[in-house]
Each structure stands twice: as C-alpha cells, then as structure tokens.
Design a protein around this ligand. Structure first.
Ligand code: PLP
Length: 428
C-alpha cells in the first residue's frame, strides 16, 4: 500500500467524498450496483501489474502461471452461472463485448437489426454516433405506442424486409422480459445470427428469474456490473458452439468454430492485454452470484421493483408498459407536467440519484427527455425491502411536486441522509 507521504491526497480525498456520496444518498440508477469488499479488493490487487495477451495456457507473455488460474476460474464460474459451454471474460466493458461480436460476425456495411435507442435500446446496437451504426447498416424495431411493449410480429416483418446478418435483442430501459425463442425463429427465418445483450437483467437471468437467453441466442453478451453486481466489465457467452457460417477456415483448412472467432474478436480484434485484476474481480463476483444468498438477493430485486412500480402507479405516475418484469422501470413524466431533466436535477438536490431517459415516441431531445429510469439493484444490495421502496417513492413524489421549494428539498435530503445511516455500505 502507498505510504502516507506518497498518498495522492487530491485523488484520495475525492474518492472519500464519492464514498460518502454513495453512502448517504438513494441510488436508483438502474445500471449501477454496489460491489462487495472482496470484489473491490481483487480489482485493486497486484494483478493490475501483469500483461497477459492471449488466453489461459496460450499467452504471448511469460509469468502468466498465476493469472492463467485466475482467468480459468473466472471462465469456469461464468459458464456454471449461466449454463454456458464457452465464455470469454476479457471484454473491458459491455460495449467492448458487443464490438468483439460485431468484428467476429460482420463485414463493414452489413445490416444489423436492433432495438431502437429512443425506445430503450443501447447505443452499441446501431446508433449513428457509435461504431455499430457507422461501420454497419443499422435498422431498428421498437415498442408499440399503445402498449409500450415489443410486438414480435412487427420485429418479424422488419427482419424480413431488412434481411439483417445480426439480430440484436436486449436493452437499457425495457422493463419487460424477452421472447428469445420467437426471436431465434425470426433470426433463422432470415438467416441472421441472434445476439442477446443481457447487460441489465443478467443477475436475474443467472438465478432463473427471467427467460433464459442462452437456450436460444447464438451469442450472449453482458456487462458484469449491473444486476450481476460485479466489477465494471463485459462478458461473452455461448451455450452451443457452432461452425461459423462465414466459411472462415483455420490454417489447416478446418472451419473455425464461432468461439474461436469470438476469442479473436476480443483479442487481437478489439483489445490488447486483458485486465487480469478486473477478471479476478469478475471471478469473485461470479462466485458470489453462484450462492443461494444471491438468489435471495435477485428475488428481492424483483420484488422491490414491483413494489416501487405499484407505489408510482398509486400516485398517478405512468410507467411505460404498465409495470415491470425485471429490476427497472421507465416513467413517463408528461402526465405530471415534468421533464426528465428537471426530475434528475431536482432529485439530486435531495440526494436521490436517477437518470433522465427518453420515453418511446418522445417529443423532447435526449438532453431534456420526458422520462426517468429507475432501478432497484443498488438499493436492494443495501438491504432495503418492499416497504422501503414505497417510502422512496413518497420522497420522490414530495421532491417533484415541490421542485421549486428549496426548503422542502433540504428537509427531504436530511431525512434521507439520516435514514441511510441504518444501511451501512462499507466500513471506512
Ligand atoms: N449493452 C447494454 C444493453 C447496456 O445497458 C450497456 C450499458 O449501459 C452496455 C451494453 C454497455 O456497457 P458498458 O458501459 O460497460 O460499455
């Protein structure tokens, strides 16, 4: 550890401030969570010093005997957790995992079909500002205006019209489960590969609380830091490996397996040396996720989301699709005469963190938006239960209905800071 003299007080004081912020407020950003001290310890370990390009047992650097074991454990635990036969644990992030898949499966200019960003999809599924939308031809499906739910007949029609090489499902702000079997049937009908990006609900999927994407999708990607409660990072999985349909051969003339193309898609395709300290932290998190305690956690995340959705609905808030199957919900604030920007900026004054979010068919810009997205993964980690979700919604409503009244905002903030002392996060 650094000596006191060598300690960079400028940065470490800021880290202490951030810890205080995290501990004293209510964290509802659906993509965030709080990792365990063990995950953090692994992420901050000496493994950060090691170069290990390649895969366990096949490295381009010496001295990899220990990190080989670490990475192999991470791979084995990821496979066990999701019932996969193959995993690559090296992607630095969810975006990197998707990029590696695109590089393995597509040629520049190929058509991809993903879930519309403005309906809850992710930037890496074909947005024009992302490489996925710049190097490939992006097409989209969305939700229905009346229901806020995906109509798979429309997805099928769109796929037949656009003939994508890759059909992508998964989202950042969709509160309903996915019909992976139907999507696979659509992919097969048009000769596409199906990629399920389960970054958000991965922890719930791992515990069998949502439909199983690995049973149907050719390839599954995820982040490791949302409901899965690991360090920030990415992961690629398959249950059934298969010969690549692109005719790419090994030097010996054998058709390369998809797993081999995906491994190459990560390194050397889109990344250099893997972050072995982060891979160790992923392994620790996967180990935690394999426990029965994590099952109880995942059940509580869902129960909390349902309690929160009911509390919002009871107070006249409009939830896109009318409810939630997972850990998050998207609230249309137009019925309350508010914007997402105003909600985000006001709630933070009371130490409640949410993010503004476009709602389907939004008439406002992405910097303003008509919605807010909230999720229960982080507060469930802190130990909050259903009745606490109701209390959170009471606070949110009080703040939003009094957004001009700084005295009320301050009172709510003080009450929240006091309340959060009952849910300690990390020993300092
Ligand atoms: N895919 C989905 C569906 C996501 O929600 C996210 C993150 O929000 C990502 C990919 C990207 O993950 P990262 O931020 O780790 O690159």
């Amino acid at each position: 550890t650094a000596t006191t003299a060598a300690r960079d007080t400028q940065i470490f004081d800021l880290i202490a401030k951030e810890q205080h912020r995290q501990e004293s407020g209510i964290e509802l950003i659906a993509s965030e969570n709080f990792v365990s001290p063990a995950v953090m310890e692994a992420a901050g370990s000496v493994l950060t010093n090691k170069y290990a390009e390649g895969l366990p047992g096949k490295r381009y650097y010496g001295g990899c005997e220990v990190v080989d074991q670490v990475e192999q454990i991470a791979i084995d635990r990821a496979k066990e957790l999701f019932g996969a036969t193959w995993a690559n644990v090296q992607p630095h992030s969810g975006a990197n995992a998707n990029m590696a898949v695109f590089l393995a499966c597509l040629q520049p200019g190929d058509t991809i079909l993903g879930f519309d960003l403005s309906h809850g999809g992710h930037l890496t599924h074909g947005s024009p500002v992302n490489i996925s939308g710049k190097y490939f031809r992006p097409t989209f499906y969305g939700v229905e205006r009346e229901t806020g739910v995906i109509n798979y007949d429309v997805v099928e029609e769109t796929a037949k019209r656009e003939r994508p090489k890759l059909l992508i499902c998964g989202a950042s702000a969709y509160s309903r489960d996915w019909d992976y079997a139907r999507l696979r049937a659509i992919a097969d009908e048009v000769g596409a590969l199906l990629l399920a990006d389960v970054s958000h609900p991965a922890g719930l999927i791992a515990k069998g609380l949502l439909n199983d994407p690995l049973a149907h999708a050719h390839i599954v990607t995820t982040t490791t830091h949302k409901t899965l409660r690991g360090t920030r990072g990415g992961l690629i999985l398959m249950r059934n490996d298969f010969e690549n349909p692109f005719g790419i051969k090994t030097p010996k003339g054998e058709t390369r397996l998809m797993s081999s193309l995906l491994d190459s898609g990560v390194f050397p395709g889109t990344q250099g040396g893997p972050l072995e300290h982060i891979i160790a932290a992923k392994a620790v998190a996967f180990g935690e996720a394999l426990t029965d305690d994590f099952y109880d956690y995942a059940v509580q995340v869902k129960a909390n989301a349902q309690a929160m959705a009911k509390a919002f609905t009871d107070r006249g808030y409009s939830i896109i699709s009318g409810g939630t199957d997972n850990h998050l919900m998207l609230i249309d604030l137009r019925s309350k005469g508010l914007t997402g920007k105003l909600a985000e900026n006001t709630l933070i004054k009371a130490d409640i963190t949410i993010n503004k979010n476009m709602v389907p068919f939004d008439d406002k810009s992405p910097m303003v938006t008509s919605g807010m997205r909230v999720g229960t993964a982080a507060m469930t980690t802190r130990g909050l239960k259903e009745s606490d979700m109701e209390q959170i919604v009471v606070y949110i409503d009080r703040v939003l209905m009094n957004h001009d009244d700084s005295a009320t905002l301050l009172t709510v903030k003080e009450e929240i800071n006091e309340w959060m002392k009952a849910f300690p996060l990390y020993k300092s």
